[in-house]
Design a protein around this ligand. Structure first.
Ligand code: SLL
Length: 213
């Protein structure tokens, strides 16, 4: 019988924008990249994503861009911020495509600290694909341990030129889990210490009570 558990896959939808400086054309002040990437820096998302269609602003030709392998991203130059609609299709034909909106950001917020201003502007969010009825093939693929591919594999974002600006949500999750584990260990030790103290006090009490009787 097929395993009924849904499968979750962490991913990130976002954009990164670099200012091209003062000498740039007025209508090309920034170079930006909009992307769908795996949460895991070593995972190739084309294992489960068949294609991604990015619907850009009509001032960019052609406005519709279909990307059929990782990295699922589009790089352009421009001056303005706009909403990008992103459609994600899966290899598994039973899985419905996902459609999401992303607001392209080129400019740091007005209240950004000066240290942020020279850096690229990253706008991204973590989300999860939920495969409710994954085919056996998809389940096998998604459950397999990630084998590190060849060095500089362009399909995994670990080697992307943008990687140093991107959030490693998996590592953040692991760090939080490690910290929680540490706290549980400390609490367990404290509880054991407290019950040891209680036992000693009870024994002392008994000894006193015996002497008094
Ligand atoms: C705005 N609603 O007015 C937005 C539209 C469109 C920006 C921004 C393309 C590059 C080019 C580009 O940056 N379009 O025009 O050469 O802010």
């Amino acid at each position: 019988m097929a395993d009924e558990q849904p499968l979750h896959k962490g991913f990130v939808l976002g954009s990164i924008a670099y200012s091209l400086g003062k000498k740039a054309d007025d209508n090309k002040s920034h170079e930006w990249t909009v992307y769908v990437r795996a949460a895991n820096p070593e995972e190739d998302p084309s294992l489960y994503i068949r294609k991604v269609i990015f619907h850009l602003h009509p001032t960019l030709q052609p406005p519709s861009r279909t990307i059929e392998t990782a990295p699922f991203e589009v790089t352009e130059q421009g001056w303005g911020e706009f909403e990008i609609s992103v459609q994600i299709f899966f290899h598994d034909s039973k899985e419905r495509p996902v459609e999401m909106m992303h607001q392209l950001r080129l400019y740091p917020p007005n209240d950004a600290p000066a240290s942020q201003v020279a850096k690229p502007v990253v706008a991204e969010r973590y989300d999860e694909f939920v495969f409710n009825t994954p085919s056996d093939a998809l389940r096998t693929k998604l459950s397999a341990d990630i084998v590190p591919g060849p060095k500089d594999n362009p399909k995994v974002w670990k080697y992307s030129p943008h990687a140093k600006w991107w959030t490693d949500y998996d590592a953040e999750y692991d760090a939080r889990t490690d910290r929680l584990q540490e706290i549980y260990t400390q609490i367990t030790a404290q509880l054991q210490e407290a019950s040891k103290r209680r036992r000693i006090l009870e024994e002392e009490n008994e000894a006193i009570a015996k002497r008094q009787s």
